[in-house]
Design a protein around this ligand. Structure first.
Ligand code: PEP
Length: 257
C-alpha cells in the first residue's frame, strides 16, 4: 500500500507570538524550497500543531505552502458551557484540518480515557477534522510484556467504528520515549505497528485499514528519523521537542526524501 508520508510537529505548551512567527516562517520557507526542488508535497504532508493561542497567527504563514494546521486537543461538543475548552467548530474556524487526540499527556494530566478519546474523535469527524489518535504503553507495561495488548486495546476502544483514512491517523507513541531521548528498537516499532494494523483490520476490514497512516512518535530527531521513517508500516512521525527548532524539524522532513 502506497501511503503518503506525514510529519506532524506537536509544539505542546510552547511558543509565544514572536517565536511562533519565526518558527512557522522558517518551516514554511524550508518546505517551499523542498517543494520546488524535490516535489515534497507529492511525497509528504507536513502538519504544524501549535497551541490554541497561536492557531490563527500560524495559519497566516502557512497560506499556500501546503503545510497544514492542527490543534492539540478539543472538546467533543460544538459549543456550550465548558469553561476553558475549545470546540471542533472553533478549530475549523481557526483554519485547522487536523487535531491530535488522546496524547499521553492529555491521558495523564486530564485523565482522558479511551472512551473520551473516541467521543472526541467522533466529534472531529462530524466537524470535518482529521483526528491524529495517539496510543502507547508506559515503561512498566513494556517491562511487563503488555505492550501489544495495551496498544491493541487502545485502538479497539479509542478509534470509532466509522474511522477511515480520510478522518483518522494513528500515532504510536511509547510514553517512556516521549521527551526522554530514549527510543524503542526498530524491531519493537515494527512489531507494534504490525499489531496496530492487524487490530485496524479486525475493526474496519482490510481495504479500509490498509489506507490508514500509522506514525511513530517519541524522541524523533534528525539523527534517527531516517531509520524510523524507512521502516515497514511507519508512515511518518509525530514530533514534539524537535519540532520547536526549524532546522531540526526540516531535517526530519528531509529524511522522507
Ligand atoms: C510528542 O509529544 O508527541 C512527542 C513525540 O514528543 P517528543 O518528540 O519530544 O518525544
Amino acid at each position: 500500500m502506497n501511503r503518503k508520508k506525514i510529519v506532524a510537529g506537536n509544539w505542546k505548551m510552547n511558543g509565544l507570538l514572536n517565536e511562533a512567527t519565526v518558527l512557522s516562517q522558517e518551516v514554511v520557507n524550508g518546505v517551499e524550497e523542498l517543494n520546488s526542488k524535490e516535489k515534497l508535497n507529492d511525497i509528504c504532508k507536513v502538519i504544524l500543531c501549535p497551541p490554541f493561542t497561536l492557531l490563527y497567527k500560524v495559519k497566516e504563514y502557512l497560506s499556500n505552502s501546503g503545510v497544514a494546521l492542527g490543534a492539540q486537543d478539543m472538546h467533543c461538543e460544538k459549543k456550550g458551557a465548558h469553561t476553558g475548552d475549545v470546540s471542533p467548530l472553533m478549530l475549523k474556524d481557526a483554519g485547522c484540518s487536523y487535531v491530535i487526540l488522546g496524547h499521553s499527556e492529555r491521558r495523564t494530566d486530564h485523565f482522558e480515557t479511551n472512551k473520551v478519546v473516541a467521543q472526541k474523535a467522533q466529534a472531529a469527524y462530524e466537524n470535518g477534522l482529521t483526528a491524529i489518535i495517539c496510543i502507547g504503553e508506559t515503561q512498566q507495561q513494556r517491562e511487563n510484556g503488555q505492550t501489544i495488548d495495551v496498544c491493541v486495546n487502545q485502538i479497539m476502544e479509542s478509534v470509532p467504528e466509522n474511522a477511515n483514512a480520510d478522518n483518522t491517523i494513528i500515532a504510536y507513541e511509547p510514553i517512556w520515549a516521549i521527551g526522554t531521548g530514549k527510543t524503542p528498537t526498530c524491531d519493537d516499532v515494527e512489531e507494534v505497528h504490525a499489531a496496530i494494523r492487524h487490530a485496524l483490520i479486525q475493526k474496519m476490514g482490510k481495504e479500509n485499514a490498509d489506507k490508514i497512516s500509522l506514525l511513530y512518535g517519541g524522541s524523533v530527531k534528525p539523527s534517527n528519523a531516517k531509520e524510523f521513517l524507512s521502516l515497514a508500516d511507519v508512515d511518518g512521525a509525530l514530533v514534539g521537542g524537535a519540532s520547536l527548532n526549524a532546522q531540526d524539524f526540516l531535517a526530519i522532513i528531509k529524511s522522507v526524501l
